[in-house]
Design a protein around this ligand. Structure first.
Ligand code: SF4
Length: 62
């Protein structure tokens, strides 16, 4: 699975970084970013949870 995030639409709520901090983090500019594009097998479930929880649907995990 690969994680992608359209930073231009992120509203900096921080949810994805709380749910799945091994894949998403807040960048220095306060916008979330993917720092582990290849999602480890044991984190796929929570990465999908982050995708589903993002209020502006800018995360794609597939
Ligand atoms: S959950 Fe969505 S809006 Fe919130 S920080 Fe993550 S990418 Fe940004």
């Amino acid at each position: 699975m690969k994680a992608k995030l359209d930073r231009s639409g992120c509203i900096s709520c921080g949810l994805c970084t709380q749910i799945c901090p091994d894949v998403f983090r807040m960048g220095d500019d306060g916008i979330a970013e993917v720092y582990r594009e290849d999602v480890p097998k044991d984190m796929e479930g929570i990465a999908v949870e982050a995708q589903e929880g993002c209020p502006v649907s800018v995360i794609t995990v597939d």
